[in-house]
Ligand binder design. Structure first.
Ligand SMILES: Nc1ncnc2c1ncn2[C@@H]1O[C@H](COP(=O)(O)OP(=O)(O)O)[C@@H](O)[C@H]1O
Ligand SMILES: [Mg+2]
Length: 280
């Protein structure tokens, strides 16, 4: 399969970090006063790196992702995506986005949903068709290309959304709880799929999740955040490199449980008492 990097050939920005967030703060003005959503955020995501953002509800995960995507601007600090200001990266379509809701157009087929960004950017019909076929294969939906979203399971719809996010070969994927609405079994399957896709495309991923095992399974690094104002309290390397197969066996090795425990302790601020509070 030929899913090369976005701007093919010798790349002017090769070796550039995917995302550099420097001393970012975000305050929202509300009727009841200012809400400080993020403070003192510093984060660098390397090319091709998989980083999970985890933290309690309201700690600013979505806000941080939206700032990186240039869907909102920081109150202070700077954000660069592939060495450019976030708004230029947005204009250049340097990244793809996927959220918890697949957000498909119900009147369009799977193929036509995947093709949408290519259409919007004037990609010729023949090239579009070839690219859509390639993407449908990548997410395992070749046999469903002519179906409509309401004929698909939640997991399949989410795979369409991921294919659409990958349509323009972004070197960066921004994902906000993309598997949050899926049942546990589908979710684990999607995690395996996503790590395969990330490895095949070489894309960096910033992945927001509530799930500790999901963060550990997918990531090179897990960024732990605390609420009010949202700050990064700890960054945990999983130590599972690109050569580690993200398969069912990984979920059962001691190193996996180790990292899960580290992230859990980081989230709670202290070692978890043996009586053990569970996450969900
Ligand atoms: N547009 C907004 N206006 C006002 N407050 C907001 C807005 N977006 C987010 N917030 C507040 O910022 C904080 C972080 O929100 P969010 O980034 O959605 O958290 P998370 O995704 O971690 O659950 C919350 O207190 C939330 O209420
Ligand atoms: Mg959120």
């Amino acid at each position: 399969m030929t899913l090369g990097h976005a701007h093919g050939g010798p790349d002017a920005t090769a070796g550039t970090d995917s995302v550099v967030v420097r001393d970012v703060a975000k305050t929202f003005a509300t009727k009841t006063g200012d809400v400080s959503a993020l403070e003192g955020i510093d984060l660098t995501v390397a090319e091709g790196e998989f980083v999970a953002l985890i933290g309690p509800s309201g700690c600013g995960k979505s806000t941080l992702l939206r700032l990186i995507a240039d869907l909102d601007s920081p109150t202070s600090g700077t954000i660069e995506v592939f060495g450019k200001p976030a708004h230029r990266a947005r204009r250049d379509q340097d990244y793809g986005i996927a959220f918890q809701q697949a957000g498909l157009l119900p009147w369009r087929t799977v193929a036509a949903n995947i093709a949408l960004p290519l259409e919007l950017h004037g990609v010729a019909a023949a090239e579009r068709k070839a690219r859509v076929a390639e993407l449908a294969e990548l997410v395992g939906l070749t046999d469903f290309a002519d179906r409509h979203p309401d004929q698909l399971s939640g997991g399949m719809q989410q795979r369409v959304a991921i294919a659409r996010a990958l349509a323009e070969r972004p070197r960066l994927l921004l994902m906000d709880e993309p598997f949050g609405a899926l049942d546990e079994m589908t979710r684990e399957r999607m995690q395996t799929e996503l790590s395969r896709i990330a490895a095949e495309t070489g894309a960096a991923v910033v992945f927001v999740t509530h799930s500790i095992p999901e963060a550990v399974f997918l990531s090179d690094r897990v960024v732990v955040m605390s609420p009010r104002p949202g700050r990064i309290t700890e960054v945990i390397e999983t130590g599972f490199g690109k050569d580690t197969a993200r398969d069912e066996a990984l979920r059962e090795v001691p190193a996996f449980f180790d990292r899960v425990t580290s992230v859990r302790e980081a989230l709670h601020g202290t070692p978890v008492p043996t009586s053990g509070r569970e996450e969900r």
